[in-house]
Design a protein around this ligand. Structure first.
Ligand code: SF4
Length: 238
């Protein structure tokens, strides 16, 4: 039988199996903590910091998606300090990323009264849309670098390793090795990355073309032709 851990969340006693994260312990207590990078079927990495909580005795806020429950822990999930930190994360995202197609994140911003204009001098990241294959487009101006697509492409699902982080700092982006077009990589176009993307940075090509105003016949024609052309084209030799 697995060991049980008793702790207190927002003053409420909770008992969970050893190894449970604070996020899941809160969920068990009926307390919802907002997340962006976390996904139930991906390995949690504590990247976005939206799920931070206050733990008594801890100098810094901790990411609840990775921090494990410990005996007698006293946790606050919605203290003023926590809410201020979450608001700032959202305001920084608003300042640098196009969140127009990220309804979940927009809802968090509204809920927390985040001010989208808090950092008016911040520079938005605006890389061009990558349209290099017949299956999906990559619009990294909408990417919050949550890492979910990279994880499902790797050990969390597909074991394909076609994409990873590239660049540093402001230039950090998801990309392919040596910036090769996706058809020249190990990508098998399983679509799992598109499925887990929370911001529509990854979008099915046909949906994207419809949004550009093309008719379904034109789209069928364009994607069919492109598939044939790519099938015939040899892989670039390097
Ligand atoms: S492309 Fe989407 S899934 Fe991938 S890191 Fe960016 S926001 Fe996350």
């Amino acid at each position: 039988m697995s060991e049980s851990i008793s702790l207190t969340i927002n003053g409420q006693p909770v008992t969970v199996p050893a190894g449970t994260t604070l996020l899941k312990a809160a969920e068990q207590a009926g307390i919802s903590i907002p997340t962006i990078c976390y996904h139930d079927y991906c390995t949690a990495n504590g990247l976005c910091r939206l799920c931070v909580v206050e733990v008594e005795g801890s100098r810094t806020l901790v990411a609840s998606c990775v921090a494990k429950a410990a005996p007698n822990m006293q946790v606050q999930t919605h203290s003023e300090r926590v809410l201020r930190a979450r608001r700032t994360v959202l305001e920084m995202l608003e300042a640098s990323v196009d969140l127009s197609e990220a309804p979940e994140i927009q809802a968090f911003s509204q809920e927390l009264n985040a001010d989208p204009q808090r950092f008016p001098d911040a520079e938005k990241r605006q890389p061009p849309v990558v349209d290099d294959n017949p299956m999906y487009v990559r619009d990294y101006a909408k990417c919050v670098l949550c890492w979910r697509c990279v994880q499902v492409c790797a050990e969390d699902a597909q074991y394909t390793f076609a994409i990873n982080f590239t660049g540093r700092g402001f230039e950090t982006q998801i990309g392919t090795f040596f910036e090769k077009p996706l058809p020249d990589t190990s990508c098998v176009f399983c679509g799992q990355c598109v499925g887990v993307c929370p911001t529509n940075a990854l979008k099915p090509k046909r949906q994207w073309l419809m949004e550009q105003g093309y008719s379904t016949d034109e789209i069928m024609d364009m994607t069919r032709t492109e598939r044939r052309r790519r099938k015939r084209a040899p892989l670039s030799a390097e």
